[in-house]
Design a protein around this ligand. Structure first.
Ligand code: NCD
Length: 317
C-alpha cells in the first residue's frame, strides 16, 4: 500500500510560520529584487507549473503582483475574478475549487471575504493554497513585503517602534504584521478610534500597546503604518470622513514627533485626505511605492519556496 500522500504546503498565515521560515523568504526576496531601474529577472524555475489566481474580492496590487511574480518565475497563470465566475450562479466554494483542481493547477492563490476560507479549503484539497487575504484574518504576503520594505531601510526589526494606525478591527494587514513583527521583537503600538480598536487586539501578541491618540502612537516611531478605513466590512455607522481625518489622518506635522528617519507605509489603496494627507503620501518619508515593488520579489520568493522542485520544502503547513 502506498503511504498517504503528504499534504502539500501552501502559505495560509504568518502566525504559524517560524522566524527561520520568514527569514528565508525575506532573504530570497532580497535576491529577487531588481537592481535600480532594471526590470525583474525572468527565470524558469516554475516552467510547466500552472497557478490559478482566484479573487473573490477586489484587488489591484495583490493580484497583479502575484501574476507578475508567477510569470517572472516562468509559470503559466490563469486569473479569475469571482464576479465573472460560476460563484455568481450559486456554486459553493468547495465545488468551485474542486472544479478548478480537476484542471490540475499546481497551486491556487486565493482572496476571500470569509476569514478562514483558505484554511478550510487547504484541509479539503490536495493542492497548495496561498492566502492573498482572508476576511479580517490574515494577509501573509503583505506582512512579508512590509518586512522586506522595512529591512531595506533598517538593519533589523528588533526593537523598532512600529505604530499601526487606522481601522485595526477590520484589518488583515494589521493582524499579519502584528504576528510577524512580534516574532522579531519589534515594539508595536496599535492606534485607532475606540470603535475600530477592540481591546482584545492587545492579546494578539505579547507586549502590544493600544492607544486612541495619534500623537501618543507616533512619538518616537521608526515606522508608521497607515490603514484604510474598510467601509465594506463595517456594519456600524462610520465616522464622517472629515472628522476621521482630523483625529486619525496622518499629516506632515505628525512626522516631527517620530524619529527623524521615520518611514511611512500603507498597504494601499490609499485614500488621500482620509487616512493620510497628500503631502505625506508623496513625501520623502513615504515608502508606499517601495512596498508595491517589493510585492513582486516577496511573492516570487514565496511561490518558489512552495512550488519549485529544487527549493520545494514549502513555506507553511
Ligand atoms: C489591503 C487588503 O486588501 O487587505 N490591500 C492590499 O492587499 N494591498 C488593505 C486594504 O484593502 O485596505
Amino acid at each position: 500500500m502506498n503511504p498517504p500522500a503528504r499534504k502539500p504546503a501552501g502559505l495560509l498565515d504568518i502566525e504559524s510560520l517560524d522566524r527561520a521560515e520568514i527569514q528565508a523568504i525575506l532573504e530570497r526576496a532580497h535576491f529577487f529584487q531588481p537592481i535600480q531601474n532594471e526590470s525583474f529577472r525572468r527565470l524558469d524555475v516554475l516552467r510547466g507549473k500552472l497557478i490559478v489566481n482566484l479573487f473573490f474580492e477586489a484587488s489591484t496590487r495583490t493580484r497583479v503582483s502575484f501574476e507578475i511574480a508567477e510569470r517572472r518565475l516562468g509559470a503559466d497563470t490563469v486569473s479569475i475574478a469571482a464576479q465573472a465566475s460560476s460563484v455568481t450562479k450559486g456554486e459553493s466554494l468547495v465545488d468551485t475549487l474542486n472544479t478548478l483542481v480537476a484542471m490540475r493547477p499546481n497551486a491556487i492563490v486565493m482572496r476571500h471575504s470569509a476569514s478562514g476560507a483558505p484554511h478550510f479549503l487547504a484541509r479539503h484539497l490536495q493542492i497548495p493554497i496561498i492566502n492573498a487575504g482572508d476576511g479580517t484574518h490574515e494577509h501573509p504576503t503583505q506582512a512579508l513585503l512590509d518586512a522586506r520594505t522595512i529591512l531595506d531601510q533598517r538593519p533589523s526589526l528588533e526593537g523598532l517602534r512600529v505604530a499601526i494606525i487606522g481601522d485595526i478591527a477590520h484589518s488583515r494587514v494589521a493582524r499579519s504584521n502584528v504576528h510577524l513583527l512580534s516574532k522579531f521583537g519589534a515594539e508595536i503600538v496599535l492606534c485607532g478610534p475606540p470603535s475600530l480598536l477592540p481591546k482584545e487586539l492587545g492579546l494578539l501578541a505579547p507586549g502590544i500597546r493600544l492607544t486612541n491618540h495619534m500623537t501618543d502612537a507616533i512619538r518616537g516611531a521608526d515606522v508608521i503604518m497607515m490603514l484604510r478605513v474598510q467601509l465594506e466590512r463595517q456594519h456600524e455607522a462610520p465616522m464622517a470622513s472629515g472628522e476621521y481625518f482630523r483625529y486619525y489622518g496622518l499629516r506632515l506635522e505628525h512626522l516631527e514627533l517620530a524619529k527623524p528617519d521615520v518611514i511611512v507605509m500603507h498597504p494601499g489603496p490609499i485614500n488621500r485626505g482620509q487616512e493620510l494627507s497628500s503631502d505625506v503620501a508623496d513625501s520623502q518619508r513615504s515608502v508606499i511605492l517601495n512596498q508595491v515593488e517589493n510585492g513582486i520579489s516577496v511573492r516570487m520568493a514565496v511561490l518558489e519556496r512552495i512550488l519549485s522542485d529544487e527549493v520545494g520544502t514549502g513555506a507553511a503547513a
